[in-house]
Design a protein around this ligand. Sequence first.
Ligand code: SAH
Length: 353
Amino acid sequence: MNSEAVNTKPNFYDLSLNQITDILVQLGHKKFRAEQLFKWVYEKQVVDPELMLNLSKDFRKNIPEIFDFSLPAVLKELISKDGTRKYLFDVGNGQSVETVLIPNKERNTLCVSSQVGCNMACKFCYTAKQKLKKRLSVSEIIGQYLGVKSHLPEDIQITNIVFMGMGEPLDNPDGVFGAVEILHNPLGINFSKRKITISTSGLVDRIPMITEAGVRLAVSLNGVNDKIRTELMPINKKWPLDELLNACKEHADRSKDKVTFEYILMRGLTDRLEDAVALKRITKSVPCKINIIPFNEHPESGYQRSKEGDIRAFQEKLISLGAHVLRRKTMGDDIYAACGQLNSVVSQQNSIQ
Ligand code: SAH
């Protein structure tokens, strides 16, 4: 009986403020206690009940019996020569995920993972070599934010959060949107929704969830027609380009926000000038910016990065056609932290050596 009670103790970081309130009220506590506790944990980042001085002594004693406050441990921290930091988090059962902090002048972007491994099977992506092992819980996503924050020097603040790490966020809506709600809650971390971006490989029927959550949408396009996109990203068979682009337009209309299209440049495959023209054409009805990403090679990549001259020519072509285009700087590739290079199996093996 007792051990069962221990096992079912909810993890505090999995719960929204409403859920915390329900639990406390059911146990006979006053409703406002939930808000007080939530503020201590997320706003003041104090988890030791003894320090929560505006709570009654009895309630303070009770807290550890009601909630479990454990978070994924940081197994490893790597710092790139360009300042990018990569963290390996233990999410139990011998599994781990990677989280990356990318510094860039006035911005520090945290790239969080939503799954261990991924089932989308995109041909170019290193994470996809690891089939889906686990959808992360809310606490495992929040834990990446809190864990990285606690490891950063005080002068580095996280200013943006992107769900562009391991996994397909829309294949884990409970974890991802639950985490967004906590990150955003003004009584806690109070992270602006305009600074949170969810990137998807194109699970079209779930894109409205991003619109409703009020966060920003990024879509990994990577191919300018169904033939090449299906070859690179099997999800395109289920949700072809015209349906994907319609969903993007719908999001832009409803949110009054621009969509970010990510487009990887692979030598001889996606980087010809005619591809740039097609890319502009297929995205013209969607208010958007285009993020071109030179392919990052990894041990099982097979594809090659475009030549520097071709990357420039591609970008200039898009600009000349009136597109809003940015080139994503390759960051952290010396520690395997760049786009498409995250694979926790390899990181763990390395950490044992
Ligand atoms: N599954 C989501 C979130 C991952 S985001 C999605 O697909 O959007 C990771 C981004 O890195 C995606 O835009 C993907 O297209 C890109 N990417 C994956 N492998 C890459 C590689 N080897 N080089 C450069 N970009 C890559």
